[in-house]
Design a protein around this ligand. Structure first.
Ligand code: ATP
Ligand code: MG
Length: 574
C-alpha cells in the first residue's frame, strides 16, 4: 500500500484514487557519464519505491544524448548499483537512444507545424542574442525561414552534409519570454560522433530538454520526478508535449516503439502528457555529490577508482560495507521535500550502524598488535573457547577462539603512564580479556630505543567466565592468539573531506581532501575470520564494523575495510 507520506506520493495516491491513472509508471533516468552517488540513491528509492508501494512500474532509462561523455562501463555499473540497492526495473533496460528515430520524426513534425527552424547563427551569436534574466533576447535572422527551407536544411544536417556547430535546430517559441528556457531552445545539434548504442547511424543528437519529455511520454510515464533545478524547464516540457499532441496520425516510428514494448497504442493514440514534479536534491555534508567532481577525483588518481571505499558512490559505499538496507533507510529518513538542505553525514553513518548492529556477527581483530606473553599459561596448551557470534542472536551460532601462551592485544589498550580514568592495562594493573581470563601486567619489555615490544603478564586461571570475589576489574580488552591468529591487511577509512562544505565553490574542492582518509594496518584476526566471504560484514569488537573487500580478498585470506566506527554523536532528531 502506498502511503501519502510526502507531497509526491500524495499526488500519486490522488491520481490513482481519482482514476486519472490506473497505475503509476515512474522512471529513473541516469545519464551514463559516471557512477551513481548517494544523491542518486534518493532518486532511485523515490522512483522505484513508488512503484513497489503502489504496485506500479518503474523504468530504468539511460539518458544517453551526449555520446562523447558516456560509456558502456557506466551503463553496466549503474545497472549493478540499482539491483544491489534492491530494485528491479519493469521491462527491458531502456535508452533515450532507442527513440532517436521518433525524436527525429517529431522534429520534422515541429518544422511542419512552424514550431521549429534551423538557425545558422554561430554559437557565439546565439548566446549573445539569447538575452539575460533582465533583458529579452533578439530573434535570429534565420528565424523566418520557410518550412521547406527548414526541412531541407534539417535533412542536410542529418545527412552529415553540414559541419559540427554550423547550425542547430531550434524550437520557435518566444525570444522575449521571461523564462530563458523558452527562448527558442536548441532541439538538435550536429555532432559527428560515434554513439555507444547507435554506432555511426547519427551525426545529429537531440538535446536533453527535448529528449526527456518525449521519452517519458512514449513510455506512458505518469509522474516524471526530477530535482528542483528542472523547475524552470517544466514550461518547455509542457509546451513540447502540448504541441506534439496535435501530431496525428503518429509517425510510424512512434508506433514501432509502442509495438516493441507491447503498449496498447497505435497511430491514432495522442501522445500522453506525464506530469513533471520536482523535489529537492540530496546534499550531504563532508561529501561531494556531483558526477563531474567525482570523475575528477578518479581521473586525477586522488582515489583508487569509482568504487574506492572513500567515495560517496553507491559502489564505493557498497565496497566499504554499507548495506542496501541502510541506504534505503537513510533515504526514507531524509524524506522528499521541496526545500534544499544539507543532511549530516552522521545520519548516514547512524543508519549504517543501526542495520549492522543486528546483522553483523562479532569477532576479534587486533589492529595494532602488541605481544603479550602469559607467563603462567603453558606454552604447549591451546584452550578452545567457544563464543557466540552475536550476543542477541543465538541463531547466528558460535565460533572457536583458541587461547594460547602468547597473544596480541591492541597497543592502544596499554599505557605505561595512563591518563586519568584509564580503564585498560597498565603496569601492575589488571584487565579482562574478552571471552577469557583476567590478566595482570607484571613486566614491560622494551628495545634499545625504548619502544615497548612485549608485555609479560600472568593469567588468573580462576576467572574464566566468572569474576573474582576479592576485587573489581573494570576494563575489558579484545585479543587474538599469536600462534593461531592470522595476519591480515585492514584498511581504515575516514571522511574523504576535512571540510563540511568542500563543494561550496569559492575554493577548489580538492584542497579539502583528507590525506588521512585511508590508513592501512597489518592486523591480526581471530582464525574464524579467515573464512570470511567477500562483502561479509562483521563487528570487530571494540573497534567498529568491517567488511571483507570484494576485490582484494583471497580465499582464506580476507582484506578488511573499516565500514564505520562503533559510535558517533549523531542521534535521530539531532
Ligand atoms: P550529477 O549532478 O551528479 O551529474 P545528474 O543530475 O546530472 O547528477 P543524472 O544522471 O542526470 O545525474 O541523474 C539521474 C537522476 O538522479 C535525475 O533524475 C536526477 O535528478 C537525480 N539526481 C541526481 N543527483 C541527485 C541528488 N543529489 N539528489 C536527488 N536526486 C538526484
Ligand atoms: Mg543530468
Amino acid at each position: 500500500m502506498i502511503e501519502p507520506k510526502d507531497f509526491i506520493r500524495a499526488q500519486v495516491v490522488a491520481d490513482l484514487d481519482s482514476g486519472k491513472h490506473a497505475r503509476s509508471v515512474t522512471r529513473f533516468p541516469p545519464e551514463p557519464n559516471g557512477y551513481l552517488h548517494i544523491g542518486h540513491a534518493k532518486s532511485i528509492c523515490l522512483n522505484f519505491g513508488i512503484a513497489v508501494e503502489s504496485g506500479g512500474d518503474c523504468h530504468l532509462r539511460f539518458d544517453d544524448t551526449n555520446p562523447e561523455k558516456e560509456s558502456q562501463e557506466y551503463i553496466d555499473a549503474i545497472q549493478r548499483d540499482v539491483e544491489w540497492l534492491g530494485f528491479k526495473w519493469a521491462g527491458p533496460v531502456r535508452y533515450a537512444s532507442d527513440y532517436f528515430d521518433v525524436l527525429h520524426d517529431y522534429a520534422v513534425e515541429l518544422i511542419k507545424l512552424g514550431k521549429a527552424y534551423v538557425d545558422s547563427q554561430s554559437a557565439d551569436d546565439m548566446r549573445a542574442n539569447r538575452g539575460t534574466l533582465s533583458e529579452p533576447g533578439r530573434n535570429s535572422p534565420y528565424r523566418d525561414r520557410s518550412v521547406d527551407e527548414n526541412l531541407a536544411l534539417f535533412a542536410q544536417m542529418r545527412a552529415g552534409e553540414l559541419a559540427d556547430g554550423s547550425c542547430a535546430l531550434r524550437a520557435k517559441i518566444d525570444m522575449a519570454s521571461g523564462n530563458i528556457n523558452l527562448r527558442d531552445p536548441v532541439l538538435y545539434r550536429i555532432r559527428k560522433q560515434h554513439h555507444h548504442q547507435t554506432g555511426g547511424k547519427w551525426c545529429i543528437y537531440p538535446m536533453y530538454d527535448y529528449t526527456h519529455p518525449i521519452s517519458d511520454a512514449l513510455e506512458f510515464i505518469t509522474h516524471s520526478l526530477c530535482t528542483l533545478e528542472f523547475e524552470d524547464h517544466r514550461p518547455f516540457y509542457d509546451w513540447l508535449l502540448d504541441t506534439l499532441a496535435h501530431v496525428l496520425p503518429q509517425p510510424s516510428s512512434v508506433v514501432t516503439v509502442w509495438k516493441k514494448v507491447g503498449a496498447a497504442a497505435g497511430d491514432s493514440t495522442v501522445l500522453p502528457h506525464p506530469q513533471q514534479i520536482e523535489f529537492s536534491r540530496l546534499n550531504v555534508n563532508y561529501t561531494v555529490t556531483s558526477k563531474r567532481k567525482l570523475k575528477q577525483l578518479v581521473d586525477e588518481g586522488l582515489v583508487h577508482g569509482w568504487d574506492d571505499p572513500r567515495m560517496p558512490t553507491i559502489s564505493g559505499m557498497r565496497r566499504r560495507g554499507y548495506s542496501p538496507e541502510a541506504l534505503r533507510d537513510f533515504c526514507a529518513r531524509v524524506g522528499v521535500t521541496k526545500s534544499d538542505g544539507v543532511v549530516d553525514v552522521g545520519m548516514l553513518e547512524f543508519c549504517v550502524r543501526e542495520h549492522l548492529e543486528n546483522s553483523a556477527p562479532r569477532a576479534m581483530a587486533v589492529l595494532r598488535p602488541l605481544k603479550v606473553v602469559l607467563t603462567n599459561f603453558p606454552a604447549s596448551e591451546v584452550k578452545a573457547i567457544r563464543a557466540a557470534r552475536h550476543p542477541n542472536h543465538p541463531e547466528m551460532g558460535e565460533r572457536d577462539i583458541p587461547f594460547t601462551h602468547e597473544i596480541y592485544i591492541d597497543s592502544a589498550d596499554f599505557e605505561e603512564v595512563p591518563p586519568k580514568g584509564y580503564k585498560r592495562l597498565i603496569p601492575g594493573g589488571e584487565v579482562r580479556l574478552r571471552n577469557a581470563y583476567i590478566i595482570k601486567c607484571d613486566e614491560v619489555i622494551k628495545d634499545s630505543a625504548g619502544h615497548i615490544t612485549e608485555l609479560r603478564c600472568s593469567c588468573d586461571l580462576d576467572t574464566f567466565g566468572r569474576n573474582p570475589e576479592d576485587r573489581k576489574v573494570k576494563g575489558v580488552v579484545h585479543w587474538v592468539s599469536a600462534s593461531h591468529g592470522i595476519p591480515c591487511e585492514v584498511r581504515l577509512y575516514s571522511r574523504l573531506f576535512t571540510d563540511a562544505a568542500p563543494d561550496r565553490g569559492d575554493v577548489d574542492f580538492k584542497t579539502f581532501i583528507n590525506p588521512q582518509a585511508l590508513e592501512v594496518v597489518q592486523a591480526v584476526i581471530e582464525p574464524s575470520l579467515a573464512a570470511a566471504q567477500p562483502e561479509e560484514r562483521f563487528q570487530f569488537e571494540r573497534e567498529g564494523y568491517f567488511c571483507a573487500d570484494r576485490h582484494d580478498s583471497q580465499p582464506g585470506k580476507p582484506v578488511f575495510n573499516l565500514t564505520v566506527g562503533l559510535r558517533d554523536s549523531w542521534k535521530p532528531g539531532a
